[in-house]
Design a protein around this ligand. Structure first.
Ligand SMILES: C[S@@+](CC[C@H](N)C(=O)[O-])C[C@H]1O[C@@H](n2cnc3c(N)ncnc32)[C@H](O)[C@@H]1O
Length: 227
C-alpha cells in the first residue's frame, strides 16, 4: 500500500509543482507514495470562498475559520489517518520524526495562513503539531512540503541503493552529522582527498569516518546530543 499524503492548503499550486519533480515524482510513479494537494477553498461555505475571520479579543490580522478545515479532514479521513498541523509552535520536526511518519499509511497535513488557525482545529482535529524551525513563514505549504520530502525519501525503494542510502546520513548514526565526502579527482585546487580514504583499507576508512562524524558534530552542531 502506498503512503498517502494529503496536504490541505489555500495554495495547492505551491505543492503541485513540487510533487511533480525529482524523488517525489519517482515515489508516486513507482507506487510508493500518493501525494495530493487539497484546495481548502473547495470547503468554503460561501461563493467568495471565505476561509478567514477576525480573531476574538482583537489583535492584528485574520485567523483561519474551523469549519472548512474540519469538513476537509472529515472528507479525507479513513482508518489509520494521522492529522498533523503545521505550526511554528509545534514540536520540532527531526529525522526521527520523519522515520516515525514513514511508517504511517495516511498523513493529512493542515497548513495555516494569515495569523494562524482557530485553536479548536489544533485541539480537536490535529493528532500532533509540527514545526520545521524557530522562524515564522507566511503559510504552511512549505513546511508541509519539507516534511513530505523528508518522509517520502525514507520509503522502501524510493532512493534506490537499499536501506544503505539513508541509514548512514546525518542524524541517523548515534544522532551525529555525516562525515566529509569526496569523489574524483584525488587532488583539486591543491586540496587532497584524505589518505585514509585512498588506501583501500576499509577498517582505517571506517575509523576515519567515525572520527570525522564526532569532530564535525562537535564543531558544527555542538547542541546535538550523541545518542
Ligand atoms: C504566519 S504563520 C502564523 C504564526 C502564528 N501567528 C504564531 O505566531 O505562532 C501562518 C501559518 O504558517 C505555518 N508556519 C509558519 N511558520 C512555520 C514553521 N516554522 N513551522 C511549521 N509551520 C509554520 C503554520 O501553518 C501557520 O499557521
Amino acid at each position: 500500500m502506498p503512503l498517502r499524503i494529503d496536504v490541505v492548503t489555500i495554495f495547492p499550486g505551491m505543492l503541485e509543482g513540487f510533487f511533480g519533480q525529482s524523488i517525489l515524482r519517482r515515489a508516486a510513479a513507482m507506487g510508493a507514495a500518493e501525494l495530493r494537494a487539497i484546495d481548502l477553498r473547495d470547503f468554503a461555505h460561501d461563493a467568495r470562498g471565505t476561509l478567514d475571520d477576525k480573531p476574538y479579543g482583537g489583535g492584528a490580522g485574520m485567523l483561519m475559520k474551523p469549519e472548512p478545515i474540519f469538513e476537509a479532514v472529515e472528507s479525507l479521513r479513513r482508518p489509520g489517518t494521522r492529522v498533523i498541523a503545521m505550526s511554528p509552535q509545534g514540536r520540532p520536526f527531526r529525522q526521527e520524526t520523519a522515520r516515525r511518519l514513514a511508517k504511517e499509511s495516511h498523513l493529512v497535513f493542515l497548513c495555516g495562513h494569515y495569523e494562524g488557525i482557530d485553536e479548536r482545529v489544533l485541539e480537536i482535529l490535529a493528532d500532533e503539531q509540527l514545526s520545521i524551525g524557530d522562524y515564522v513563514l507566511t503559510n504552511g505549504a512549505l513546511p508541509a512540503a519539507v516534511v513530505t520530502d523528508a518522509v517520502v525519501r525514507l520509503l522502501p525503494g524510493v532512493l534506490g541503493g537499499g536501506e544503505e542510502a539513508t541509514e548512514h546520513e546525518s542524524f541517523e548514526e548515534d544522532g551525529l552529522l555525516e562525515q566529509a565526502q569526496y569523489t574524483r579527482p584525488p587532488v583539486w585546487r591543491g586540496q587532497a582527498v584524505p589518505p585514509a580514504l585512498l588506501r583501500g583499507d576499509h577498517a582505517q576508512a571506517a575509523r576515519w569516518r567515525k572520527n570525522q562524524m564526532l569532530d564535525r558534530t562537535a564543531r558544527h552542531r555542538p547542541d546535538l546530543k550523541q545518542r
